[in-house]
Design a protein around this ligand. Structure first.
Ligand SMILES: [Fe+2]
Ligand SMILES: [Fe+2]
Length: 200
């Protein structure tokens, strides 16, 4: 995508979220954007396109506040395949929906950006750097106070992004187990893969 197209998509995304997200969610989104850009600076040798980082961050929760029925309908109409976890709690599919909207409504054809939006909730085995940056930025934005978040934040800003992914998934899994909530089957794989790649 050239700069002009990227800017045009970014404007469309921003108009959409300003119109469709609550003040709190919008503020969260901008915090995630700011952290994601900061993190991209930590990995500057890998040259992430900051416009793309921004588009992914701004879009990541765009569908979060869509009413449940609308989410189900969107998935049905757009052939989004949902596994049992998503069927049980459709809110968890907000990344899948946002990614589909970004591609088909806002015209983004950058697979990496689409994946970063799609996988920001659970992560994915073999995530790209952009996917990890969005996943972690969402986890560590300054208002997040989850136990263990400090460790994840530290690892990320030290450039140990795989370690931060491993720690974040580990924390989330522990929280879900302790609260008798479903753990996505992919989480163990994401954690193990990140652990195998983790920087010492
Ligand atoms: Fe989200
Ligand atoms: Fe988020």
């Amino acid at each position: 995508m050239n700069d002009k197209v990227e800017n045009c998509i970014k404007d469309k995304v921003e108009d959409y979220i300003k119109e469709n997200l609550s003040k709190e969610r919008l503020e969260h989104t901008y915090r995630v954007r700011d952290v994601a850009i900061e993190l991209a600076g930590v990995f500057e040798e890998e040259e992430l396109d900051l416009e793309l980082v921004e588009i992914a961050a701004l879009m990541h929760d765009a569908a979060k506040e869509m009413p449940e029925e609308e989410k189900r309908l969107y998935c049905r109409l757009n052939f989004i395949i949902l596994d049992d976890i998503f069927l049980k709690d459709i809110d968890l599919a907000h990344g899948l929906i946002a990614s589909d909207m970004l591609e088909n409504i806002f015209g983004c054809d950058e697979v990496d950006v689409l994946n970063a939006v799609k996988n920001h909730t659970f992560g994915r085995v073999k995530m790209s750097l952009l996917e990890k940056v969005i996943f972690i930025a969402d986890y560590i934005e300054p208002k997040r106070k989850t136990p263990g978040v400090e460790e994840v934040r530290e690892a990320a800003f030290e450039g140990k992004i795989n370690l931060s992914v491993k720690l974040a998934v580990d924390n989330t899994m522990k929280f879900l187990y302790n609260n008798d909530m479903d753990v996505h089957p992919m989480s163990q794989g994401v954690k193990s893969y990140a652990a195998s790649k983790a920087e010492k």
